[in-house]
Design a protein around this ligand. Structure first.
Ligand SMILES: *[C@@H]1O[C@H](CO)[C@@H](O)[C@H](O)[C@H]1NC(C)=O
Ligand SMILES: *[C@@H]1O[C@H](CO)[C@@H](O)[C@H](O)[C@H]1NC(C)=O
Ligand SMILES: *[C@@H]1O[C@H](CO)[C@@H](O)[C@H](O)[C@H]1NC(C)=O
Ligand SMILES: [Zn+2]
Length: 481
């Protein structure tokens, strides 16, 4: 904390305790107790004036990222990275190569880079096929779900029970034994509907099903299956589980409602190997005044084992790197440390991030702001923010600096699997909100490629990320808690 000044968020009781303990020891404090309290009341307007002093530097960052020499660089870097490495599922050789690639690339930009070891899950898809054999033959496009067991080598051939909800499964529980349960739940929202992908297998196993096929969690489909993590419940039989396409789920639903018998043959070679060695990749510009205080920017480097992982979350990882490079290119160095972390094994439940939190939470009071971009890097529309009202006032001022690119909106609820432990512990957190109405069309599917990315949108995302991170890291005081 700077110059013995108390943090803004101190309640009057803790302020009283603070003053009684600290003041006698620090007669050099520039304020009397009364004026300290007045300070707290005035701080917001002081802060607004201070932040407004960054208008020029914000313009420099925006100009370089969006109109200057760095134009299209985020996109070019993402394309080079994902075209070269491909997708990067937890435990894969590709993920190792991705970490080495980023280590080298960020070092070449003059950033201080190091790796922090993490043990991560190692699930392997293997070969998988599904075919409807009754009432007619038809191939079903599937993607097994992360952590699913495989089928026996000869596969599973069984009659199908189609349901549209967990409630319907309960009502029809007596029909489920020995069957493959097909969930044809409507898409409401990702947050709500993903429960079918996550828990469908265990719910079906409880009523005696031998496997589950789940309608992909997407509002739009051109016969594309979408994968993702699923969770077996303890003490419940583990049955194979995969996602099918919206089209095939609706097809089997219609056939079943006509009273026709459906039989599916499913083969899945999925298996889980012992945990693998991996790393969180960390790059820094060390702060000149408070090197121990940190603004953390992040995205995750792993992806699913389909498509290129360009959108989820190659884009978030690249803009978190690029933001530091832009700041470095401009010869800027903030008071506090800017730290980019490229998480490993996010898709398996934020494994790398949880380990980082466990290791570094001892320094929680030095974490000024944690940021994550994992909702796409399309046109930025706002910054989502979790923090106290006092911190929100500061952030509102910071966002005004983005007026030249029309991204001045500050919303509530920062989100991101990887930063959520910090936010839950009271550290201010921010996430990038982009025009994401098509995000779940491509999410966790073969459709997540460079083709969905746009160079200008990525430049704008980089500019938002760089301005917010730089200014918050350079202000006199940490964000109030
Ligand atoms: C950036 O890409 C756009 C096309 O998307 C192109 O018109 C422009 O010239 C490129 N700028 C640079 C500096 O390469
Ligand atoms: C905690 O911060 C101190 C002081 O900056 C640093 O020396 C130490 O390495 C940090 N510990 C961890 C686990 O990051
Ligand atoms: C911001 O909005 C103004 C006014 O609508 C427009 O002229 C400008 O092109 C926009 N800038 C960006 C980067 O979208
Ligand atoms: Zn992601």
């Amino acid at each position: 904390m700077a110059q013995g000044r108390p943090p803004l968020a101190l309640s009057s009781i803790s302020l009283f305790i603070f003053l009684s303990i600290v003041l006698p020891l620090h007669d050099c404090l520039p304020h009397s107790p009364g004026s300290l309290l007045k300070d707290a009341a005035q701080k917001a307007s002081d802060m607004a004036v201070e932040v407004a002093g960054y208008v020029d530097v914000a313009k420099q960052i925006i100009d370089l990222a969006v109109y200057g020499a760095a134009q299209n660089r985020s996109y070019r870097r993402l394309a080079d990275f994902t075209d070269t490495i491909g997708n990067r599922v937890s435990g894969s050789h590709n993920l190792d190569k991705a970490i080495k690639y980023m280590y080298t690339a960020m070092s070449q930009d003059g950033l201080d880079v190091h790796l922090e070891p993490v043990k991560i899950p190692h699930w392997v898809r293997g070969k998988e096929t599904a075919e409807m054999v009754l009432p007619r033959t038809k191939n079903l496009a599937i993607l097994g779900l992360g952590s699913s067991v495989g089928t026996p080598p000869e596969g599973i051939e069984a009659e199908v029970l189609v349901v549209q909800s967990f409630d319907e499964l309960k009502v029809r529980a007596s029909e489920a034994a020995g069957k493959i349960v097909v969930f044809n739940q409507p898409f409401v929202s990702y947050g709500e509907t993903v429960a079918y992908r996550a828990y469908g297998a265990s719910e079906a196993a409880k009523v005696g099903a031998v496997a589950t096929l789940i309608r992909s969690i997407t509002p739009f489909s051109i016969n594309s299956p979408h994968t993702g993590w699923q969770d077996y419940q303890d003490g419940v039989k583990r049955i194979p589980t995969a996602c099918i396409t919206v089209e095939d789920a609706e097809l089997m639903f219609r056939i079943s409602r006509r009273g026709q018998k459906i039989v599916v043959r499913l083969m899945m070679g999925a298996t889980t190997l012992p945990d693998a060695d991996s790393f969180n990749t960390v790059a820094e510009i060390v702060g000149w005044q408070h090197p121990e205080q940190v603004v953390l920017l992040s995205g995750h480097l792993d992806s699913w084992d389909v498509g290129q992982g360009a959108m989820d979350d190659g884009g978030g990882a690249i803009i978190s790197w690029e933001a530091l490079s832009i700041i470095k290119d401009l010869g800027l160095r903030p008071r506090r440390t800017l730290r980019t972390v490229l998480w490993t094994a996010e898709e398996q439940g934020g494994v790398g991030a949880q380990q980082y939190y466990n290791l570094h939470k001892v320094n929680m009071s030095n974490y000024n702001l944690v940021m994550e971009s994992d909702l796409g890097t399309f046109t930025p529309v706002a910054l989502q923010f979790t923090g106290s009202n006092a911190a929100r006032k500061v952030m509102e001022q910071v966002l005004k600096l983005l007026a030249p690119i029309n991204t001045t909106k500050l919303e509530t609820h920062g989100e991101g699997t990887d930063i959520s432990p910090w936010m839950q512990a009271g550290v201010p957190g921010a996430s990038l909100h982009v025009a994401d109405n098509k995000y779940f069309w491509f999410h966790h599917s073969e459709g997540d490629t460079m083709t969905v990315q746009n160079p200008r949108d990525m430049d704008l995302c980089t500019a938002v990320w760089a301005v917010v991170a730089y200014v918050v890291a350079d202000l006199q005081d940490m964000l109030p808690r």
